[in-house]
Design a protein around this ligand. Sequence first.
Ligand code: SAH
Length: 453
Amino acid sequence: MLVSLSAATAYRGAVPSDLDLPDLPPPSSRRIAARVTKDALRHIRKQHPWVYDDSITSLSHAGGAGDLVVVFDDERNFAGIGLFDPDSPIRIKMLHAGKPATIDATWWSGQVGDALAKRAWLIERADTTGYRVLNGENDGFPGLVVDRYAETLVVKIYTAAWFPHLGGVLDALVASIGPTQIVVRLGRNVAAGECYGLSDGLVILGEAQEPIEFSENGLRLLAHPMSGQKTGFFLDQRDNRNRVREIANGARVLDVFSCTGGFSVAAAAGGAREVTSIDSSGVAIEIAAQNMALNQHIPAVAKCSFDGVVGDAFEVMDRLRRERKRYGLVIVDPPSFAQRQVNISAGLRAYGRLTQLAVDLVEPGGRLVQASCSSRITADDFHDQVQRSAQAAGVRLTEVTRTDHGIDHPVTFPEGAYLKAVFARVEPLAREHGREHGREHDRAHGSTSRHRN
Ligand code: SAH
């Protein structure tokens, strides 16, 4: 079927008047027609959202960021439609493949509705008011993430291609959710370019205020949508935090890379005797203490003693080990170690190093929870590395479970799967020999690693 390259609907008129949105560029009225390689076409038909610049064989004309691109097959049939992104090697971010579709206000509200329907089970729960509303390409919004903390929405924009369409998306979000505050966060590359009056942390609806208190499985937590890391809290670990809560009873817990203490609070609520949180950010540790304080009404949290340590996780773990500290549960949830393809092997080594440091801090029969949020490192490679490193440190890791994403972080293409975690029991291989072997290994490889992206 032939598709006309007709004018796209302009959204400005549809934006609610109380939204304090600067003048954004309207979507261009001219759609770009593109042809791509056979391989790329195959990927598009499998709903893969990325088309790289070197897969494009022809373009009708050069467009601006966010112009709509219609990809045709060799018979001039519609294959899909996406956003043009001239500044990115992922030159077309696909919005839709299959039957022809019109990208307009109705489209965005349909997409937001679909995303909310996928999360209905979570949204209906009164004890959880923080969740991811739009998970980028996995919800049909490539390069756009929206998180919700109670009545606040945080819109994180990773590509300038969204600027012409922001009005339409916000309109749909406001109509279906009715937030009282909307905060815009900009990815580093976006913030460095033309932002049409938007800036990182700008509040475009409601009062500029933070922290925002929200609930996660009945626990009270603070998010910092304007100034915090990413969108102000790490919602992706919700299910893992709940699992930690289930296994923390009576344990001394070490929460490494704790950030604002999501795991720490969950462990305390689960009956941990004491929790020590380590993070390099003093602000994050301060907020972790506030999060613990917010939950003192829970008897288990009130009974748990809390200690926050600001410092480099590798160094602090090494020091704790030399001080012969031992914990019933060690949680290791570092930032991404392989943000670029070239960092994969260094990233794996860093995960291995963390496993070795961590298992030496676990009491015999205690637990290790280790996670990776590097999308470039596959789950298999990560789990193999953790096992190998544990063995090199002289312990047996008996895996209890491997986990990935919660329902508000759906995954629809291979690169979309970034989170993996292992819950394991730690046992000495041969008690004395094992510990000694671990130390020998560490000496041979240097006692601290400063690897960090
Ligand atoms: N576990 C957290 C999320 C961790 S995000 C949660 O559930 O919310 C990763 C954290 O690692 C960030 O808070 C960052 O400040 C911290 N970080 C980064 N490099 C670090 C280092 N070298 N040592 C300690 N913390 C570090």
